[in-house]
Design a protein around this ligand. Structure first.
Ligand code: SF4
Length: 205
């Protein structure tokens, strides 16, 4: 990662009450997360290819944490219940679709459970992103979200909006639309709530 960019990003997030830490790889960031979260804490998970690659859910559950991850739901009702319980946890761990060097975190959601938890509910939030998610500003971030993250996430989840075929957003009104909520986190009221962990690897979409 370019040192100047990272230093600028860290300072811009610091001024917005979001602490940034950098890690070499996913193993390093996972070990750090396991160290800072107590085994008694409840944890909500925002679905993310980055977190899946880390196997963080398995590691947390193996040592006794109660984890609410919608992916563990076996029925529609169970999945909905897990999404709701994740909103009132001690910690919420998630990925993100884009972070900007000027200090914003940008996400799009299908149903909105992830952006709801990032915004309010869990006492503390950890956002883990690979270096591929860093962009200059909100305009570039939204472009990234709509033209890179959405088509790949839609395909992974088995949806088929127009962007899956053409690899760019046409602001569709398809029933298969996956980006129903766009969220920009501009800062935190509570200085100790949100941490942004940046990994020096390409991770997720
Ligand atoms: S609005 Fe439609 S085409 Fe654009 S990114 Fe979302 S799902 Fe894809």
């Amino acid at each position: 990662m370019d040192t100047n960019t990272i230093n600028k990003l860290k300072e811009n997030f610091r001024m917005r009450n979001i602490e940034v830490e950098c890690f070499e790889d996913l193993t390093e960031v996972k070990n750090h997360i396991l160290k800072i979260i107590d085994e008694e804490c409840t944890i909500g998970i925002g679905h993310s290819a980055t977190l899946q690659k880390m196997n963080i859910v398995e590691s947390l559950m193996d040592r006794g944490n109660i984890v609410y991850d919608k992916e563990l739901g076996k029925t529609k009702d169970e999945t909905k219940m897990l999404k709701k319980k994740a909103l009132i946890t001690d910690w919420y761990i998630t990925g993100s679709n884009a972070v900007t060097t000027d200090g914003r975190i940008i996400n799009v959601d299908h149903s909105g459970n992830r952006v709801a938890a990032i915004t309010f509910g869990p006492d503390k939030v950890i956002v883990v992103v690979g270096k591929n998610k860093i962009v200059d500003n909100v305009e570039e971030g939204i472009k990234r979200v709509r033209n890179i993250a959405c088509p790949l996430n839609a395909k992974r989840a088995g949806y088929n909006p127009p962007c899956v075929e053409i690899n760019r957003c046409v602001d569709c009104t398809s029933k298969e639309r996956v980006c129903n909520v766009l969220s920009i986190i501009e800062g935190q009221a509570n200085k100790n709530r949100m941490k942004l962990f940046i990994v020096n690897e390409e991770c997720g979409f």
